[in-house]
Design a protein around this ligand. Structure first.
Ligand code: SF4
Length: 182
Protein backbone atom coordinates (compact mmCIF):
# COMPACT_ATOMS: atom_id res chain seq x y z
CA UNK A 1 0.00 0.00 0.00
CA UNK A 2 1.34 3.44 -0.93
CA UNK A 3 2.20 5.65 2.02
CA UNK A 4 1.15 9.29 2.13
CA UNK A 5 4.01 11.67 1.39
CA UNK A 6 5.51 13.51 4.33
CA UNK A 7 4.46 17.15 4.36
CA UNK A 8 7.36 18.78 6.17
CA UNK A 9 6.87 22.42 7.11
CA UNK A 10 9.26 24.78 8.85
CA UNK A 11 7.75 27.00 11.53
CA UNK A 12 8.75 29.62 14.07
CA UNK A 13 9.00 27.56 17.27
CA UNK A 14 6.91 29.92 19.40
CA UNK A 15 3.90 29.24 17.14
CA UNK A 16 3.90 25.61 18.29
CA UNK A 17 3.58 26.71 21.93
CA UNK A 18 7.26 26.45 22.75
CA UNK A 19 8.28 29.00 25.38
CA UNK A 20 11.15 30.53 23.43
CA UNK A 21 10.16 34.21 23.24
CA UNK A 22 12.27 36.93 24.83
CA UNK A 23 10.02 36.94 27.93
CA UNK A 24 9.77 33.16 28.21
CA UNK A 25 6.29 33.05 26.69
CA UNK A 26 4.99 31.44 23.51
CA UNK A 27 2.62 32.44 20.72
CA UNK A 28 0.82 29.15 20.17
CA UNK A 29 -1.13 29.33 16.93
CA UNK A 30 -4.44 27.50 16.89
CA UNK A 31 -4.55 26.85 13.14
CA UNK A 32 -1.07 25.33 13.14
CA UNK A 33 -1.41 23.25 16.29
CA UNK A 34 -5.00 22.08 15.91
CA UNK A 35 -5.82 22.05 12.20
CA UNK A 36 -2.52 21.40 10.40
CA UNK A 37 -0.82 19.36 13.12
CA UNK A 38 -2.27 15.92 12.19
CA UNK A 39 -1.15 16.24 8.57
CA UNK A 40 2.32 17.72 8.75
CA UNK A 41 5.74 17.11 10.21
CA UNK A 42 6.93 20.34 11.79
CA UNK A 43 10.50 21.57 11.66
CA UNK A 44 10.56 24.18 14.44
CA UNK A 45 13.19 26.91 14.39
CA UNK A 46 13.85 29.76 16.82
CA UNK A 47 16.63 31.88 15.33
CA UNK A 48 17.12 34.03 18.44
CA UNK A 49 17.64 31.02 20.69
CA UNK A 50 19.84 29.39 18.06
CA UNK A 51 22.26 32.32 18.01
CA UNK A 52 22.58 32.02 21.77
CA UNK A 53 20.46 34.88 23.08
CA UNK A 54 18.88 32.68 25.75
CA UNK A 55 15.45 32.62 27.43
CA UNK A 56 14.55 35.11 28.79
CA UNK A 57 16.58 37.70 26.90
CA UNK A 58 16.49 41.45 26.36
CA UNK A 59 14.23 42.57 23.51
CA UNK A 60 15.79 43.13 20.12
CA UNK A 61 14.47 45.23 17.26
CA UNK A 62 15.26 46.53 13.79
CA UNK A 63 16.86 49.98 13.64
CA UNK A 64 17.63 52.06 10.57
CA UNK A 65 21.41 52.33 10.26
CA UNK A 66 23.36 55.35 8.99
CA UNK A 67 23.61 53.61 5.60
CA UNK A 68 19.80 53.35 5.40
CA UNK A 69 19.73 49.59 5.94
CA UNK A 70 17.85 47.99 8.82
CA UNK A 71 20.07 46.48 11.53
CA UNK A 72 19.13 43.93 14.20
CA UNK A 73 19.97 45.61 17.49
CA UNK A 74 19.60 44.93 21.22
CA UNK A 75 18.72 48.43 22.53
CA UNK A 76 19.56 47.66 26.17
CA UNK A 77 23.21 46.96 25.29
CA UNK A 78 23.55 48.62 21.89
CA UNK A 79 24.84 45.34 20.48
CA UNK A 80 24.41 44.94 16.72
CA UNK A 81 23.39 41.34 16.06
CA UNK A 82 22.89 41.65 12.31
CA UNK A 83 26.01 39.87 11.07
CA UNK A 84 25.62 37.09 13.62
CA UNK A 85 22.00 36.50 12.61
CA UNK A 86 22.70 36.70 8.86
CA UNK A 87 25.54 34.17 9.11
CA UNK A 88 23.39 31.81 11.18
CA UNK A 89 20.31 32.28 8.97
CA UNK A 90 22.08 31.54 5.69
CA UNK A 91 23.60 28.35 7.08
CA UNK A 92 20.35 27.26 8.78
CA UNK A 93 18.21 27.86 5.70
CA UNK A 94 20.59 25.85 3.51
CA UNK A 95 20.38 22.96 5.97
CA UNK A 96 16.58 23.29 6.14
CA UNK A 97 16.32 23.02 2.37
CA UNK A 98 18.09 19.66 2.53
CA UNK A 99 15.07 18.43 4.51
CA UNK A 100 12.77 18.89 1.50
CA UNK A 101 10.49 21.40 3.17
CA UNK A 102 7.14 22.00 1.46
CA UNK A 103 6.37 25.26 3.26
CA UNK A 104 7.21 27.60 6.11
CA UNK A 105 5.10 29.52 8.63
CA UNK A 106 6.75 32.57 10.16
CA UNK A 107 5.82 34.60 13.25
CA UNK A 108 4.57 38.05 12.25
CA UNK A 109 6.06 41.29 13.57
CA UNK A 110 9.29 39.67 14.76
CA UNK A 111 12.61 41.39 13.93
CA UNK A 112 13.96 37.90 13.24
CA UNK A 113 10.98 35.98 11.79
CA UNK A 114 8.54 38.61 10.48
CA UNK A 115 7.89 38.42 6.74
CA UNK A 116 6.69 41.98 6.14
CA UNK A 117 5.69 45.17 7.91
CA UNK A 118 8.09 44.70 10.85
CA UNK A 119 8.83 47.86 12.87
CA UNK A 120 12.07 49.59 11.91
CA UNK A 121 13.08 52.37 14.32
CA UNK A 122 14.74 55.55 13.11
CA UNK A 123 17.35 57.52 15.05
CA UNK A 124 14.57 59.38 16.88
CA UNK A 125 13.06 56.11 18.08
CA UNK A 126 10.08 56.36 15.73
CA UNK A 127 9.03 53.04 14.16
CA UNK A 128 7.89 52.52 10.58
CA UNK A 129 6.21 49.27 9.52
CA UNK A 130 8.54 48.55 6.62
CA UNK A 131 10.99 45.87 7.74
CA UNK A 132 11.54 42.16 7.19
CA UNK A 133 12.96 39.96 9.92
CA UNK A 134 16.60 39.05 9.36
CA UNK A 135 16.02 35.29 9.38
CA UNK A 136 12.96 35.71 7.16
CA UNK A 137 15.04 37.71 4.66
CA UNK A 138 17.49 34.83 4.29
CA UNK A 139 14.65 32.32 3.94
CA UNK A 140 12.87 34.35 1.25
CA UNK A 141 16.11 35.00 -0.63
CA UNK A 142 17.53 31.47 -0.54
CA UNK A 143 14.22 29.64 -1.04
CA UNK A 144 12.26 31.85 -3.46
CA UNK A 145 9.97 29.02 -4.56
CA UNK A 146 9.10 27.76 -1.07
CA UNK A 147 5.51 28.55 0.03
CA UNK A 148 6.00 30.95 2.98
CA UNK A 149 3.36 32.69 5.07
CA UNK A 150 2.94 34.38 8.42
CA UNK A 151 0.52 33.04 11.01
CA UNK A 152 -1.37 36.36 11.03
CA UNK A 153 -2.02 36.26 7.28
CA UNK A 154 -3.26 32.67 7.59
CA UNK A 155 -6.31 34.00 9.44
CA UNK A 156 -7.50 35.23 6.04
CA UNK A 157 -9.42 32.31 4.43
CA UNK A 158 -8.21 33.13 0.91
CA UNK A 159 -4.55 33.42 1.91
CA UNK A 160 -4.88 30.25 3.96
CA UNK A 161 -6.39 28.32 1.06
CA UNK A 162 -3.74 29.65 -1.28
CA UNK A 163 -0.95 28.66 1.12
CA UNK A 164 -2.30 25.12 1.57
CA UNK A 165 -2.64 24.70 -2.20
CA UNK A 166 0.96 25.86 -2.72
CA UNK A 167 2.20 23.50 0.00
CA UNK A 168 0.49 20.51 -1.62
CA UNK A 169 1.75 21.50 -5.07
CA UNK A 170 5.29 21.79 -3.70
CA UNK A 171 4.97 18.44 -1.96
CA UNK A 172 3.66 16.75 -5.13
CA UNK A 173 6.48 18.23 -7.21
CA UNK A 174 9.07 16.92 -4.79
CA UNK A 175 7.44 13.48 -4.88
CA UNK A 176 7.61 13.42 -8.70
CA UNK A 177 11.22 14.59 -8.71
CA UNK A 178 12.13 11.97 -6.14
CA UNK A 179 10.39 9.21 -8.14
CA UNK A 180 12.07 10.30 -11.36
CA UNK A 181 15.49 10.25 -9.70
CA UNK A 182 15.09 6.76 -8.24
S1 SF4 B 1 9.37 34.95 16.55
FE1 SF4 B 1 11.10 33.70 15.86
S2 SF4 B 1 12.85 34.41 17.06
FE2 SF4 B 1 11.00 35.18 18.09
S3 SF4 B 1 10.54 33.61 19.64
FE3 SF4 B 1 9.36 33.09 17.81
S4 SF4 B 1 10.69 31.64 16.71
FE4 SF4 B 1 11.98 32.70 18.20
Amino acid sequence: MATAPTIRIGISSCLLGRKVRYDGSHKRDQFATEVLEPYVEWVPVCPEVDIGLGIPRPEIRLERGADGHARLVMPSTGEDLTDRMVEYAEDRVRRLLELDLCGYILKKDSPSCGMEGVEVYDSDGVPALEGIGVFAQALLRLAPHLPVEEEGRLNDPHLRENFIARVFACCSRKERESAAAS
